[in-house]
Design a protein around this ligand. Sequence first.
Ligand SMILES: [Zn+2]
Length: 166
Amino acid sequence: MLRYLAGYPPALLAQVRALIAEGRLAESVGRRYPEGHEVKTDRALYAYVGELKARYMRNAPALAKVQYDMRLQAVRNALGTHTTVSRVQGGNLRAKREIRVASLFKQAPAPFLKMIVVHELAHLKEREHDKAFYSLCTHMEPEYHQLELDVRLWLTALEVEGVAGG
Ligand SMILES: [Zn+2]
């Protein structure tokens, strides 16, 4: 049930279980992130990613393609485990320099879309989820770690409560 949260401290997992038992996980995440976004099309996503890339990663390789991917829409494919979040999550096909974002992020709070995009952009430079990778992520988004946790909570809520917050 908590596979998106593998690797997080037991005390945190206990809190999450309590919220799930009360049916309040989605609400507790959604309340903190009321702001949606207008990045609903592939074209808009391409522009959104391009803006972040131009700002923080001008020297990274050009992107051939940026798109939402319905095949990644199943919640189970949206994000991997804490230590092996990888190509399934945003489907970062490094060889072709594409970024794919699971379509369910069209409905995500704005900061969650940013977290996923930052994660995938960082992979243009850093392949592994190591210190260099996360330092690049927090350079682009100072709240990266909190956001990644909250994205995982949101995905968990989608799975167990079937709603995306609120
Ligand atoms: Zn990754």
